[in-house]
Design a protein around this ligand. Structure first.
Ligand code: ADP
Ligand code: MG
Length: 219
């Protein structure tokens, strides 16, 4: 198994006024290519904070993070953005689609940002994900489950090695949630590494490994 992620003694907190509040307090994680990881833990335990570091949206104060052998823990904003474009797709609980853009425009947007706009590919992914009939719709015309599938299609447009999903079924009814999880399962079977935060036991059952976070530490 090829190692994809290596976190070593990672610390991450927030400056609140004069006080520094530590949230992630020395976390070590190793993840191999092709794993399906579920990150669980009580609300406020630091799951999103840790995901933001793992997803190269934020840098830690202390510790090292090697992604595919590159030390990303001290990279600049521009370097991180390049790493994200190359390796990473994100899916969020609240979908985060742009309301004024069509489904097709939402999905192709990250390819435009990566300097490689590919509307044909966006269309193909949306067809594969069962939304071929919805290309010109606005997000507001879709159900929650459909919106989350659009968000997954958007996460796939730059062919990421890793998908990070932060409570992707949190706003969905159980049937749509299960459909969304089946898509993640298929992607994982195709070789994509999945790292997903959830509270829900059914969602967690899709994982090949569960990591439990409590008070900023792995237990
Ligand atoms: P979880 O996702 O497990 O619910 P979070 O990582 O979102 O936990 O939050 C962990 C703690 O960090 C919470 O106490 C939260 O209030 C705090 N926190 C999160 N984001 C920020 C921020 N941008 N600034 C200050 N504090 C934050
Ligand atoms: Mg969270």
């Amino acid at each position: 198994m090829k190692k994809l992620i290596s976190l070593q003694k990672i610390h991450k907190g927030y400056q609140l006024g004069k006080n520094f509040v530590p949230i992630i307090k020395g976390v070590d994680i190793e993840i191999n290519k092709g794993e399906f990881i579920v990150l669980m833990g009580p609300s406020g335990s630091g799951k999103t904070t840790l995901m933001n570091v793992l997803g190269c949206l934020d840098v830690p104060e202390k510790g090292n993070y090697f992604l595919d052998g590159q030390d990303v823990s001290r990279m600049s904003e521009d370097e991180l953005s390049e790493i994200r474009n190359k390796y990473i797709g994100f899916v969020f609980q609240s979908f985060n689609l742009i309301p004024d853009l069509t489904v097709l425009e939402n999905v192709s947007l990250p390819s435009l940002y990566a300097g490689n706009e590919d509307i044909g590919k966006a269309k193909k992914i949306l067809e594969e994900i069962g939304l071929g009939e919805r290309l010109e719709h606005q997000p507001s015309e879709l159900s929650g489950g459909q919106r989350q599938r659009v968000a997954i299609a958007r996460a796939l447009i730059n062919s990421p090695d890793i998908i990070f999903a932060d409570e992707p079924t949190g706003n969905l009814d159980s049937k749509s949630g299960k459909e969304v999880m089946e898509i993640f399962r298929k992607l994982n079977e195709g070789g994509t590494t999945i790292i997903l935060v959830t509270h829900d036991a059914l969602t967690a059952s899709f994982a090949s490994r569960t990591i439990d976070l409590k008070d900023g530490l792995i237990i």
